[in-house]
Design a protein around this ligand. Structure first.
Ligand code: F6P
Length: 378
């Protein structure tokens, strides 16, 4: 019988985090279990900084709230923590301190709400005897073994709304409007919002693009009397003969994805202006996609994820990720989620090599896009 559990929200924020917290807290309370939250992700676990969560006080009115009431961190790999010692940068394995903190607090299970990198650390803790249950969070929708992560639907809605608004400018000015959306190594947001927003082109990391093919599509539209076009570009998209565009190299420590992407939208807009003669403009949607109120779909999905996570804890099914597969709540072992990325402590984070779920070429979104004439740059 479990008596005390703790929640960790880690990595970039995503709409629905608070809804998951709420669902876990409510289910815990219904079943006489105490629920706590570590402050600022794995950083709070390391610093032994946690608060009691209570649906009557601090964990109330959460369903519609963006962000996370317990904070998050996306630069803390406790298995390989960047520290300064005598003026030098050193990397330390601080995981034992975290494990001691969990034991001392008496937590029977920790819920790790996060993406690929967070689940990798969760798996590493589970190998060391901690009971872990992961919940797949990311607007990028790229966590392995689950069909939909929470936060994704909201991001697609925000991007779709932006496309509707960009359409009016594109039509009025006879311009190419490029929208750069998030999606580091998977193009789910770009592709789905392109379909929802009636875009003409969608460039995704899974299909390195040929800019001449994109220009051909836009020129064909021009020849048919359409003097504007809408292009959605995933931040991780790259040309056939080029590489992803990095805005900034970070130095957050080993095992983390130390690059900030951004700039591909501008590059595409510039190239298309030259090749088509149409004026082009780029809009980078950025963090608007991650913030604010979750959609009704994400509120419900997050609630299902939270309830299932607590159910699994009560059944004693640990070291798993809660999943949503073929319309049903289920779970997969964290070991499978981590995939080939087995080494403890090393290479965690949402890196190009991690076990993320990319769009497969037979995915209905790809076939749908192709049938309705959305150019995918190939
Ligand atoms: O993984 C989610 C995500 O929003 C990516 O799409 C984006 O590249 C990244 O986080 C940016 O994170 P941050 O700037 O907060 O480190």
């Amino acid at each position: 019988m479990i008596k005390k559990v703790a929640i960790i929200t880690n990595g970039g924020d995503a709409p629905g985090l608070n809804a998951v917290i709420r669902a876990i807290v409510k289910t815990a309370e219904t079943n006489g279990i105490e629920c706590y939250g570590y402050i600022e992700g794995y950083r709070g676990l390391l610093d032994n900084n946690y608060v009691k969560l209570d649906s009557n006080t601090n964990a109330s009115g959460l369903l519609h709230k963006g962000g996370t009431i317990i904070g998050t961190s996306n630069s803390t790999n406790v298995f390989n923590l960047k520290c300064e010692e005598n003026g030098e940068i050193v990397y330390k394995d601080m995981s034992q301190k975290c494990i001691d903190n969990i034991k001392e607090a008496g937590f029977d299970c920790i819920f790790t709400l996060g993406g690929d990198g967070t689940q990798k650390s969760g798996r590493d803790f589970s190998k060391r005897g901690v009971n872990v249950i992961g919940v797949p969070k990311t607007i990028d929708n790229d966590v392995a073994h689950t069909d939909v992560t929470f936060g994704y639907n909201t991001a697609v809605s925000v991007a779709t709304d932006a496309l509707d608004r960009l359409h009016t400018t594109a039509e009025s000015h006879h311009r190419i409007m490029v929208l750069e959306v998030m999606g580091r190594y998977a193009g789910w947001i770009a592709l789905e919002s392109a379909i929802a927003g009636g875009a003409d082109v969608a460039l995704i990391p899974e299909i390195p693009y040929d800019i001449n093919k994109v220009a051909e599509k836009i020129n064909a539209r021009k020849a048919a009397g359409k003097q504007f076009s809408i292009v959605v570009v995933s931040e991780g998209a790259k040309p056939k003969d080029g590489d992803i565009v990095i805005k900034k190299k970070l130095d957050d420590g080993k095992g983390l994805d130390n690059i900030r992407l951004g700039g591909i939208g501008d590059q595409v807009a510039e190239d298309l202006e030259k090749l088509t003669g149409l004026v082009s403009r780029c809009t980078v949607l950025g963090y608007v996609q991650r913030g604010g109120t979750p959609t009704a779909f994400d509120r419900v999905l997050s609630t299902k994820y939270g309830v299932k996570a607590m159910e699994l804890a009560m059944e004693g099914k640990f070291n798993v990720l809660v999943t949503y597969k073929n319309g049903k709540m289920d779970y997969a072992s964290l070991e499978d989620v981590v995939g080939k990325n087995k080494e403890i402590g090393a290479a965690s984070g949402n890196t190009a090599n991690s076990n993320i779920r990319k769009i497969q070429m037979d995915d209905p979104l790809i076939t749908t896009a192709r049938h309705i004439g959305i150019n995918l740059g190939d």
